[in-house]
Design a binder for this molecule. Structure first.
Ligand SMILES: [Zn+2]
Length: 254
């Protein structure tokens, strides 16, 4: 039982204020960031880390994404999670586990399409998403996650399958989690939104879009520590330069 490979899925682009990426730095400066989901192939089956933007937004952006439709810079049919999976011949029903890093709108858009999967989310995130604090409530879109799905609520770190591990990285949200993937040749730490850009690490500035700053700083350090201990690397999928550094599906990382 082992991990075979990992694919990065292109799920659109958002335009946000730079101060959301780096706390209080770059106020009023718009910046484009990619939305990326990750497909992991293992001997046990496929695992999907986050489900991207709600594909209904293509036809009815305001009804689907609400106020958030204004920050969607690009989202085409090719960015639908189903189209991205098709690039390697994978269907939604083939996904054994979906791991939601957290329940923000740009990470849960395709959740309802995974009726056959077990969806792993921290209990603290699941609870919070239904009744979020007012100052972060517009980042959660209830109709994206509020479906009769096979949600499995977990509390803390968790082994998904041999070689794929969830670790908590609270701060961005109360129940944020990251994924550690032991590929054949390297250890990949999929940070989710616990780190937004390389600048967060290089300049030691936490992400600005944060529910709890002290927790966010602790999580950033925790993930760096995990990568170092495993001689691995952080994959910062919202980094503005992500697609300059990495290739999308069907390219397979091993
Ligand atoms: Zn988020």
């Amino acid at each position: 039982m082992a991990v075979k490979g990992m694919y990065f899925l292109e799920c659109g682009t958002l335009t946000v204020d730079k101060s959301l990426i780096t706390y209080k730095q770059g106020l009023g400066e718009p910046i484009d960031i990619p939305v990326v989901s990750v497909l992991i192939e293992t001997d046990d089956g496929y695992i999907l880390f986050d489900t991207g933007l709600d594909p209904d937004g293509l036809e009815t952006p305001e009804k689907t994404w609400g106020m958030k439709s204004k920050v969607v810079k690009s989202f085409g049919k090719e960015n639908d999670i189903r189209s991205q999976l098709e690039k390697v011949g994978v269907k939604t029903d083939d996904i054994l586990y979906v791991v939601n890093s957290h329940f923000h709108w740009d990470h849960t858009g395709g959740n309802r399409l995974f009726e056959k999967s077990t969806i792993l989310v921290q209990k603290s995130e699941y609870r919070f998403a239904y009744y979020p604090d007012s100052f972060v409530s517009n980042i959660y879109i209830k109709h994206q996650f509020d479906h009769e799905l096979n949600y499995q609520l977990i509390e803390g770190d968790y082994e998904v399958v041999d070689g794929v591990y969830i670790t908590t990285s609270f701060g961005h949200t109360p129940g944020h989690q990251s994924l550690i993937v032991h590929l054949p040749n390297e250890c990949a730490v999929l940070v989710g939104d616990a780190v937004y850009s390389k600048e967060n690490i290089e300049k030691n500035i936490p992400p600005g879009n944060t529910w709890s700053l002290p927790n966010a700083v602790e999580s950033l350090n925790k993930l760096l520590h995990i990568a170092k201990r495993n001689k691995g690397k952080l994959y910062i999928t919202h980094d503005p330069n992500f697609w300059i550094d990495y290739k999308s599906v069907p390219y397979c990382y091993k």
